[in-house]
Design a protein around this ligand. Structure first.
Ligand SMILES: CC(C)(COP(=O)(O)OP(=O)(O)OC[C@H]1O[C@@H](n2cnc3c(N)ncnc32)[C@H](O)[C@@H]1OP(=O)(O)O)[C@@H](O)C(=O)NCCC(=O)NCCS
Length: 179
């Protein structure tokens, strides 16, 4: 993976990302709405090792890429992509930015690029993102990128010790400009 935008480079994670990756992945504010818990340094190291040569494409498997500053290559966050297990013409996307990288439109830039890449470079014709209804920054991001809220699941998931609700957002290739 090597996808560049105006300010970003989306690329494979690497072991030298460890300090930056562990700093935000061990931050409870970052993992609050996500399906994983804060990571130990060793867990972060193992994860980077596993993802260093990962490629998108195996149905049902999440693959994680780094979101880095285009000029310095410093890691700012990461994104996750998963072709649907039953039909890989659909894919799910996830996104995480370090707190210091938030609030500058970088997630918007990364998400637009990823959706464009999926539609232009893979067989995907439908992209999906699922977010906790209380994750207002993520809801704003998805609305800003023009995704459609197709589902509101009420207390559908046992999440970090209580029932939580989720929104499902989607976008179709035929709706996406520029492809
Ligand atoms: C979800 C997440 C990636 C959103 O990050 P974000 O920084 O809010 O989103 P962006 O990078 O697009 O920045 C948008 C904000 O920057 C502002 N901004 C500044 N310059 C901007 C620009 N050039 N373009 C767009 N927005 C800009 C916007 O006004 C917006 O602020 P607002 O939401 O207060 O209105 C982030 O909250 C995160 O990593 N959360 C933890 C992980 C998580 O829960 N992920 C979701 C599950 S998939």
């Amino acid at each position: 993976m090597n996808l560049t935008t105006h300010r970003l480079r989306i690329r494979n994670l690497r072991e030298s990302d460890l300090d930056a990756f562990h700093a935000y992945r061990s931050d409870p504010a970052v993992t609050r709405y996500q399906g994983f818990e804060p990571m130990s340094r060793q867990e972060a190291r193992d994860f980077l090792h596993e993802m260093a040569t990962a490629a998108y494409g195996k149905p049902g498997d999440w693959v994680q890429f780094g979101i880095a500053d285009r000029e310095t290559n410093q890691l700012l966050g990461d994104c996750a992509l998963k072709p649907d297990a039953q039909d890989p013409r659909m894919a799910e996307i996830g996104l995480t930015l370090a707190p210091s990288a938030q609030g500058r439109g970088l997630a918007t830039e990364a998400l637009r690029a990823l959706i464009g890449w999926l539609f232009a470079e893979t067989e995907v014709v439908r992209g999906v993102l699922i977010t906790g209804t209380e994750n207002t920054a993520c809801v704003r991001l998805l609305e800003r990128c023009g995704l459609r809220r197709e589902g509101h699941f009420v207390e559908n998931v046992w999440f970090k010790g209580r029932w939580a609700s989720e929104f499902l957002y989607a976008v179709l290739k035929r709706e996406w400009g520029g492809v």
